[in-house]
Design a protein around this ligand. Structure first.
Ligand code: SF4
Length: 236
């Protein structure tokens, strides 16, 4: 069984390499990290554990097909850390119906079934998260995805230390496309909590200027589009 925090869509992917793409989100419950600015605490904190429902791959697929009117589109496996969950059967079932799969994980846990994904978004967490990166585990995730999945890196940037961390990751993995994303410093505790859009805009401008200063041009810089459109609202 797979612990599910929420399934929603169709909406658009709001960040990273697949931004703008029509997507159904499958958010699993549970995470091995506790990032200081986590924006999905409802899928992380044990306080919400009772809301995570165990579901079979078949039941999840039925829900996805209903939401998408049986039209195969992109399914984004998110969390929490979806790598904790047994998702290989769901990927097989979805592929058999023509759906494609992207997964976002911090890269702390590698699973053989990553090779079944169409897209793997690795989002190692920078110093401002308060978490340490297990570089060996990150490498294992890249190896596990192999040649089949399109792999990209996405790093949240709050400050100069985070920026330098991203530079370091880019140097370690020059072949992988990298996306930088300004930190939402007012992540939701409740979905009614307001977003500091001015802060996000200022931080985005700073990252763009900072990368230009370094002549770092093989990187893409994008705010979270869903946050700019819907703020902290859930399920969109
Ligand atoms: S890894 Fe992601 S889901 Fe887990 S605590 Fe950090 S930001 Fe939240």
């Amino acid at each position: 069984m797979i612990k599910i925090s929420e399934i929603f869509g169709p909406t658009i992917q709001g960040e990273g390499a697949l931004v703008g793409q029509p997507t159904i989100f499958v958010r699993t419950g549970g995470c091995d990290y506790r990032c200081s600015w986590c924006d999905t605490l409802h899928a992380v904190d044990s306080e919400y554990r009772d809301t995570w429902k165990p579901k079979s791959a078949n039941d999840i697929m039925t829900e996805i097909k209903k939401l998408s009117d049986n039209r195969p589109l992109l399914i984004s496996l998110s969390g929490g850390n979806p790598a904790i969950q047994p998702l290989d059967e769901l990927i097989d079932l979805g592929h058999a119906e023509g759906y494609s799969f992207a997964m976002e994980t911090q890269g702390s846990i590698a699973k053989d079934w990553f090779s079944k994904l169409d897209h793997l978004v690795l989002s190692p967490k920078p110093p401002s998260s308060g978490e340490d990166t297990d570089w060996e585990a990150l490498d294992k995730c890249i190896k596990a995805a192999g040649e089949n999945a399109e792999i990209s890196l996405k790093i949240v940037i709050r400050d100069e230390k985070d920026y330098m961390y991203a530079r370091n990751v880019a140097q370690k993995h020059p072949d992988l496309p990298m996306y930088l994303q300004p930190c939402n410093t007012t992540p939701p505790i409740n979905e009614d909590d307001t977003v500091d859009f001015e802060d996000i805009n200022t931080r985005t401008q700073w990252i763009i200027e900072r990368a230009a200063q370094d002549y770092w041009f093989d990187v893409k810089i994008l705010p979270q589009i869903h946050v700019m459109i819907w703020g902290n609202k859930r399920g969109v």
